[in-house]
Design a protein around this ligand. Structure first.
Ligand code: HEC
Ligand code: HEC
Length: 393
C-alpha cells in the first residue's frame, strides 16, 4: 500500500494498493511515508549535512567557519516563515528557503535540484526538527515530573534526610532521651532502589503515553502551520510607495525604536549593538556586547542600506518580517502594535533606504516599491485575501 496524494489543508490522504482489511471508524492507521523520507535523507546527507550536521544540530564539519551559523533545526525555530512568530514553517516556506537559499549568508540556493527532490529534503528537515523538539520536550517533561535519578540528586536527598535525623536525635537527647530513639535515615542504596522502582513504574505506565501525547501535540503544530488561515497576510493591499508613505514610515521607524538596533540611519549599528544583553533562557550576561540569538550566537541587526533581505525581497516578505519579527532573534514582532497600513509605510521606508545613498531626490525604482509592479506570486497572495472565501481553499 502506498500514499498517492496528501492534502495538508484537509488532512485527506489518498491511498493506492489494498489493505488486508479496511480500517474501522476512529481507528488509528500508521501510514508509511518512509520512502519519501529515505530519499530526503539521502539528498540531505549529500547536500546539507556538511553544514547542518547529521542530526540537524547545525554542527556539520563546515559550520564552525560560518557566520551566521547554519540553522540548528532541533529547537523547531525558523527565521523566515510565512507563519506567526515561533510557529513552525510551512512546507512551502522550507521549499522556498532551499530553492532560493538565504541571500547574504552561506545558505546556498538549490534551484538546480528537481522540485520533487527539494520537497523530499524539506520533508526530512521537518522530520529532523520534529524529532529534535520531541526530544527536548520529553527531557523537560521528565524533569518537571520530579523524576530525579542523578547521583547528585540522590546524594542531596540523603544529605537532607541526615540533617533532619541529626536534629531529631539532638532534640531527643536534650529532652532526656524519653521514648524510642529516632529511626536512622534511609540509606543512599535504599533511595536509589526506590527511585529505580519509580522510574520502572513510570516507564511501564506513563512514558509511552507521554511520548504519544507530546508527539501528537508537535505534529498538530506543524500541521496547523500548513493551513492558509495561519499565514500572515495583510488585510490591506500594499500602499504605493509615495514620498508621503515613506515619510510616515520614517516617523514610525523612530517612534517604534527601530533605531535602538538598526541605528538612526539604518546602518545596523544602534546603541543595543554596543551594550551587554542577557541570555534569554539563563538570564546570564552574554560574553560580549551586542545582541544574541536563541542558539547562543551573536547576531547583528541588519544594515538596511545593503538592500539584501534574507527572508525574501518581495514587499510582502519584508511585511512579514516586521509583522512577525524574526523568530529566534531579538528582531521583535510589531503585528500586534501596528496596523497593516503602518507596516506597509514601514516597508516602503525600509525598502527605500538603499536608494538614499544615491543622488538626492532619487526615487526608488518602481519595480521595488510600486504595487503595480509586484511579482505575480505576491499579487496572487494579496488577491487571495481580498477574494471572499479564498481563505477556505
Ligand atoms: C554552506 C553551508 C550550508 C549548506 C550546504 C546548507 N545550508 Fe542551510 N543554512 C546555512 C546557514 C548559514 C543558515 C542560516 C542563515 C541565517 O541564519 O540567516 C542556513 C539556514 C537554513 C534553514 C533555516 C531557514 C529559516 O527560516 O530559519 C533551512 C531550513 C536550511 N538552511 C536548509 C538547508 C537544506 C535543506 C540544505 C541542503 C539542501 C542546506 N540548508 C544546505 C548554511 C548551509
Ligand atoms: C531589539 C533589536 C531590534 C529592533 C528593535 C528591531 N530590529 Fe529589525 N532586526 C534585528 C535583528 C537582530 C535582525 C537580523 C535577524 C537575522 O536575520 O538573524 C533584524 C532584521 C531586520 C530586517 C531584515 C529582514 C530580512 O529579511 O533580511 C528588517 C527589514 C528589519 N529588521 C526592520 C526593522 C524595523 C522596521 C524595526 C522597527 C519597527 C526593527 N527592525 C526593529 C533587530 C531589531
Amino acid at each position: 500500500m502506498a500514499v498517492k496524494s496528501f492534502d495538508p489543508a484537509t488532512g485527506r490522504v489518498e491511498l493506492v494498493g489494498a489493505l488486508a482489511e479496511p480500517p474501522k471508524q476512529g481507528e488509528r492507521v500508521v501510514v508509511d511515508f518512509g520512502s519519501r523520507l529515505q530519499s530526503g535523507r539521502k539528498h540531505y546527507m549529500h547536500h546539507c549535512m556538511h553544514c547542518h550536521g547529521v542530526t540537524g544540530d547545525g554542527e556539520g564539519p563546515t559550520a564552525e567557519y560560518l557566520n551566521p551559523r547554519p540553522r540548528d533545526y532541533r529547537l523547531g525555530i525558523f527565521k523566515f516563515t510565512s507563519t506567526p512568530n515561533k510557529e513552525p514553517p510551512t512546507r512551502e516556506d522550507l521549499h522556498r528557503t532551499i530553492y532560493e537559499g538565504i541571500p547574504g549568508t552561506y545558505m546556498p540556493s538549490f534551484a538546480l535540484l528537481e522540485p520533487e527532490v527539494v520537497d523530499a529534503i524539506a520533508e526530512y528537515v521537518r522530520w529532523l526538527s520534529m524529532r529534535g523538539v520531541l526530544e527536548k520536550e520529553l527531557v523537560e517533561e521528565l524533569g518537571v515530573n520530579g523524576l530525579k535519578f542523578s547521583l547528585a540528586d540522590i546524594e542531596a536527598e540523603a544529605e537532607s534526610l541526615e540533617i533532619v535525623h541529626r536534629a531529631a536525635v539532638k532534640r531527643w537527647e536534650d529532652g532526656g532521651r524519653k521514648g524510642p530513639a529516632p529511626e536512622p535515615p534511609t540509606s543512599r542504596e535504599a533511595i536509589r532502589r526506590q527511585r529505580l522502582e519509580e522510574f520502572q513504574e513510570f516507564q511501564n505506565e506513563e512514558l509511552a503515553g507521554l511520548v504519544d501525547d507530546t508527539g501528537d501535540d508537535i505534529a498538530r503544530d506543524w500541521t496547523q502551520a500548513e493551513l492558509l488561515a495561519t499565514a500572515i497576510l495583510p488585510d490591506e493591499p500594499h500602499t504605493p510607495s509615495t514620498p508621503e508613505s515613506r515619510a510616515r514610515g520614517r516617523l514610525l521607524y523612530l517612534r517604534n525604536d527601530c533605531q535602538n538596533c538598526h541605528g538612526l540611519t539604518g546602518e545596523g549599528n544602534g546603541p543595543l549593538t554596543r551594550e551587554f544583553s542577557e541570555n534569554t533562557e539563563t538570564k546570564e550576561q552574554n560574553p560580549t556586547p551586542g545582541l544574541f540569538d536563541v542558539w547562543g550566537q551573536p547576531v547583528q541587526p541588519r544594515n538596511l542600506h545593503s538592500g539584501i533581505y534574507r527572508g525574501g525581497r518581495r514587499p510582502l516578505d519584508v511585511y512579514r518580517r516586521i509583522h512577525a519579527g524574526i523568530s529566534g532573534t531579538p528582531m521583535p514582532t510589531f503585528g500586534s502594535k501596528l496596523s497593516d497600513a503602518q507596516i506597509w509605510d514601514l516597508v516602503n521606508y525600509v525598502m527605500s533606504i538603499p536608494y538614499e545613498d544615491m543622488a538626492t531626490g532619487a526615487e526608488p525604482p518602481a519595480t521595488v516599491a510600486d504595487d503595480g509592479e509586484a511579482e505575480p506570486a505576491e499579487q496572487a497572495e494579496t488577491a487571495a485575501l481580498t477574494t471572499p472565501g479564498a481563505a477556505d481553499r
